[in-house]
Design a protein around this ligand. Structure first.
Ligand SMILES: [Zn+2]
Length: 370
């Protein structure tokens, strides 16, 4: 860590004076600094060809990848360059510079910069080969999931049963539906839509959108797009309630927008997230289940903050147990963790659906226990 930190400090110093270089040269001077052979996985033995890497980078513009991971520019600079909060460190004023035409980034805060692959390494905290694997997987899946999510969104207003279900779960505001990009999978029509657009059936099967026998995997489900996945909540009691497509559930929901808050509310369900956001708690995020994956845990610990753990008050105590364990682990990382006690048998969604309001929830936050 010592040598890396030193290298970063040096780069940071250079970065300030070489602001112009990002747009002038083909490569930012900081790109690959401290690594003379950025693309040699195994020095001297080329296992990945330069051409394949260039192709990958061409197919995934850095800006697309950033935006798909919730990054938003705060302002535009000259020559189309963008400045926003850095997704790689706890950033409070925009210091992350992106040049979309060259697909390069540089952060004036943490001094790190490079191309798409470097970004994936840093963002997912993985080594080069894993970053490549993640990007390949993302390249195959992203356009398809994007298309499917768009189709499901079109379907939502056309299906009264879906809108009625959302109402029943307290989801009413059009801004919220827009913000979460909520859609509906009626079943029996996605496959036809995507194949008409030219996606091969094999790709739909691989993504898990279509079953092995060729039916739409999601039927009568409210759909929420996630980072690299689609969560489907069944509106019928006869099917399993929660479904994800194969693959990781991804990071914390909407994390890039939430991480700037010094106090964060963590819930386990997307409908919990929805009612809190609708009630004006924009500092809410969701782990989709009360067990955080390693990536979500790292995200939560990427800065100093207070985390309000608002898991379900299930009758079997599993939510409280999970909250207790997580609070302990967060404190070990130097974070301030507080457990919010909902009335017995409630989750944040049912709390709001059954007449709970913003003021009442606020007082639950204020009385949260360590
Ligand atoms: Zn940074």
């Amino acid at each position: 860590m010592g040598t890396t930190a030193t290298a970063q400090r040096v780069v940071l110093g250079e970065g300030r004076s070489s602001r112009r270089a990002l747009s002038a040269g083909t490569h930012h001077p900081c790109l690959g600094s401290g690594r003379s052979l950025p693309y040699s996985v195994d020095r001297g033995k080329k296992s990945v060809s330069r051409q394949a890497l260039d192709e990958l980078k061409q197919q995934i513009p850095l800006l697309d990848y950033l935006q798909a991971h919730d990054w938003q520019p705060a302002r535009q600079l000259s020559r189309g360059r963008l400045m926003g909060l850095c997704p790689l460190h706890s950033d409070h004023k925009p210091s992350f510079l992106v040049d979309p035409s060259k697909s390069l980034f540089y952060c004036y805060g943490c001094g790190r910069g490079g191309d798409l692959i470097r970004f994936a390494e840093l963002y997912h905290q993985v080594k080069f080969p894993q970053a490549l694997a993640l990007l390949h997987q993302w390249r195959g899946l992203a356009p398809l999931l994007h298309e499917a999510a768009g189709f499901y969104r079109m379907q939502l207003p056309r299906h009264g049963e879906a809108v009625a279900y959302l109402h029943q779960r307290g989801v009413r505001s059009p801004e919220l539906i827009e913000h979460m990009r909520i859609g509906y999978a009626p079943g029996g029509c996605l496959r036809g839509w995507l194949t008409r657009l030219g996606y091969p059936l094999q790709a739909l099967r691989q993504a898990g959108l279509v079953t092995a026998v060729g039916y739409d995997a999601y039927t009568h489900r409210i759909v929420f797009p996630l980072e690299g996945n689609l969560y489907g909540r069944s509106i019928s009691a006869s099917a399993p309630a929660h479904r994800f497509l194969p693959g990781a559930k991804g990071g914390l929901y909407s994390w890039q927008q939430v991480r700037r808050y010094p106090e964060v509310i963590l819930v386990e369900g997307l409908f919990d997230y929805a009612v809190l956001w609708q009630a004006g708690f924009y500092n809410v995020t969701c782990s989709m289940g009360n067990h955080l994956n390693a990536y979500q845990f790292r995200q939560l610990c990427d800065g100093t903050r207070t985390v309000y753990l608002t898991f379900d008050a299930d009758t079997n105590g599993s939510g409280q147990q999970a909250a207790q364990g997580l609070a302990h682990r967060l404190r070990e990382q130097g974070l301030n963790a507080r457990r919010v006690s909902l009335p017995d048998g409630h989750d944040p969604n049912s709390f709001f659906v059954q007449e709970g309001d913003t003021r009442q929830f606020q007082s639950l936050l204020e009385t949260a226990r360590p």
